[in-house]
Design a protein around this ligand. Structure first.
Ligand code: SF4
Ligand code: SF4
Ligand code: SF4
Length: 335
């Protein structure tokens, strides 16, 4: 087994890993980037991608059987931040203050925000101080997302492809989703008080719809991120653990946590040492979220209804204004 060599940010080294298929480059068992494109070509136009009607996860929902996901192998990541750059460009986000080659960002743990849908953080490696571990953070695209459950006006959707998407046109800024998310992912743009907006990774949903893989997976030079059907990724993850018990701990993070997530992780050290929440139940947090909503004081309990009414009245007002304007224009044309 060839281990990665630490070179620091901005200096990725492309090395050959002994994969599950023998001495092929890692991820070459049909789930690598090129392999995936073939798969997507085959399925584009099938019922899966044609059936893009969103489903709100506040109902009892076991998850779409053919949904996609990402497998992040932390033993392969070298912290080059190519995924961060690709995400920034694919989503048209503002350029960061420090360049993507600047390794000083690793001096503190970062979180995602309105300008950054994914970050890579560095952790000490208890097994080898010379080889820090890098962990990519983004929305986990939960099978049954608590954010969607908490949102009173259904601004979130869990799509058949596995992405948890968000509709800014519906959002009125209550931020319940921020409270509900067990991974602390949705962030709010506090500088835009009159245009409430949550920011988070949406699994590059626009790319998925046209048969492209998420930009971060496409960009990773180490193929530390593998895109594919979640069921295939789970199989691949367990195969890797079985074949390389010296390399991985026997745990696929995201397989069961909070009812399961579309992002899955493999690691050489316990996930708690890398900042992953390890106290999550195996069941979805849908019930807990409902419990939270019913236990908050009455002022918060009526908040969704209140804001729902305000939202509806604003929509009604806008429609009336548009109608009046159109009538006015017609009157002016007649004169
Ligand atoms: S990680 Fe948080 S924001 Fe992402 S789908 Fe799960 S609950 Fe929603
Ligand atoms: S899936 Fe797309 S939006 Fe999400 S972290 Fe990767 S590049 Fe960014
Ligand atoms: S996941 Fe890939 S692209 Fe992102 S930092 Fe790690 S090696 Fe670089």
């Amino acid at each position: 087994m060839k281990e990665r060599t630490e070179k620091g940010a901005g200096e990725p080294q492309r090395e050959t890993h002994r994969s599950e298929c023998g001495e092929q480059p890692q991820g070459s068992c049909g789930l690598n980037r090129r392999g995936f494109l073939g798969v997507m070509g085959a399925v584009s136009g099938t019922a899966l991608l044609a059936s893009t009607a969103p489903v709100h996860a506040y109902k009892k929902f076991e998850g779409w059987p053919d949904r996609y996901g990402m497998l992040s192998d932390l033993t392969a990541c070298v912290g080059c931040r190519s995924c961060e750059r690709a995400c920034n460009e694919a989503n048209g986000l503002p350029k960061p203050e420090k360049s993507f080659e600047d390794g000083s960002v690793f001096s503190k743990l970062r979180r995602t925000d309105e300008k950054t849908y994914t970050v890579v953080n560095r952790y000490e490696n208890p097994k080898d101080p010379e080889m820090p571990i890098y962990r990519k953070v983004q929305c986990m695209h939960c099978n049954e997302p608590a954010c969607a459950t908490a949102c009173p006006i259904h601004a979130y959707s869990k799509t058949p492809e596995g992405a948890v998407t968000y509709d800014p046109d519906k959002c009125f800024g209550c931020r319940y989703c921020m409270v509900a998310c067990p991974f602390g992912i949705p962030t709010y743009d506090y500088e835009s008080a009159f245009q409430p907006r949550i920011y988070k990774c949406v699994l590059c949903y626009d790319r998925l719809k046209v048969g492209q893989i998420p930009a971060c997976a496409q960009a990773c030079p180490m193929e530390a991120i593998t895109f594919g059907k979640r069921s295939d990724l789970l199989r691949l993850a367990h195969e890797r653990i079985l074949e390389h018990p010296d390399r991985y701990i026997d745990h696929v993070y995201g397989e069961k946590e909070a009812g399961g997530t579309s992002w899955l992780y493999l690691s050489s050290v316990p996930f708690g040492e890398l900042g992953f929440p390890t106290n999550l139940p195996d069941r979805p947090l849908v019930e807990e979220t409902k419990g939270f909503l019913s236990s908050v004081p009455v002022v918060f309990a009526v908040w969704p209804a209140l804001f729902g009414m305000i939202y509806a009245s604003v929509q009604h007002r806008d429609a009336l204004q548009t109608e009046l304007k159109e009538q006015q224009e017609k009157e002016e044309e007649r004169q």
